[in-house]
Design a binder for this molecule. Sequence first.
Ligand code: HEM
Ligand SMILES: [Ca+2]
Length: 347
Amino acid sequence: KYNNNDTFINTIPLHSFSNGHVSLSVIKNNNTFSSSQSSLLEYDFYRNSCPRVERIVRSTIHRLHRNAPSLVPALIRLFFHDCFIQGCDASVLLDDDDYINSEKDSPPNESLKGFDVIEAIKSQLEEACPGVVSCADILVLAARESVVLAGGPFYPLYTGRRDGSNSFADIATYELPSPYADLSQTLASFKSRGFDEREMVTLLGAHNIGVIHCEFFVNRLYNFSGTNEPDPSLDTEFLNVLRSRCNNTDGSPSSLVEVQQEIGMDSKQSLSKFGTSYYHGLLQGKGILYADQQLMEGEKTKYWVQQYASNPTLFHQHFAIAMMKLSDHRVLTMPMGQIRRSCSKVA
Ligand code: HEM
Ligand SMILES: [Ca+2]
């Protein structure tokens, strides 16, 4: 129904995709993929200065992943939280000091993980090619490898991002999407960054994997908006599953019980395939966050939830492209920015 006025469908030759993977030729031939800044990024930017960069990122993540599979969702979330706040400039990685008001200390970022993984990759790269590769590039490349490790699509990335010299704790506090936001609020924050309804639904498909702590949805389980009733949009059976997972009824923030996002689904399968269990869940009232379930409240967003639930290949294609777009959001390129030596400190 929305296909006619959806530029994506009209301009992108979907037949040139195979297996949900995006090929570079498609990108080169179609300007719709690049934002204005990303024209300053290049494919294989480090081909002379650090030709092994992508291999090093990949092998480090693969090595660490064997003992710590949870780094996969963590890195995807870290990437989102960087790019969404002042663009993909590694602002989220900076530590607090006299001059830096670190985003790490902003409430929505308190449960972020994966900083050590980025730092481990950075130190490998500093050995191989000192002072060359930006932390901002490492972050987008690490997120891409994580998507692939989760069974999601591979997508090519431009490189040549430079690191910012600031962190934006206040902006992160107010502008990272809230799990308690309704559809219009969430949509407004994506739209202000150039992402439409469909792209927002696509990116939220990242919630197929990972964990959500009870503190972010306990408000829906017993006393939703002061009603003394649970959130009516929550499936009753699922409500009981969530209650038993978070059996600390006072909802104190210390009750950090982890909840697999694919509860009620074939979790093994969906994890290895980066599937569409998230969208199936929403169709059944089993969205974990209020903001997730809100996708069913808008005509367009609901339409795309239905599309992706029934067409995993389409989801993978769109997810790859949306991740590429987010990776190029407001990047810094020469002569702006810097290359840090350690990702947590300005150079
Ligand atoms: C409306 C927008 C969004 C909201 C409100 C939201 C909120 C959240 C919250 C509250 C958590 C749980 C964190 C925790 O318990 O530690 C979470 C987890 C996660 N989010 Fe989002 N998120 C949004 C969009 C996105 C997007 C666009 C992506 C990626 C493209 C993403 C990727 C993830 C991943 C992978 C996890 C699991 C992290 C882990 O297991 O370590 N989220 N999100
Ligand atoms: Ca940033």
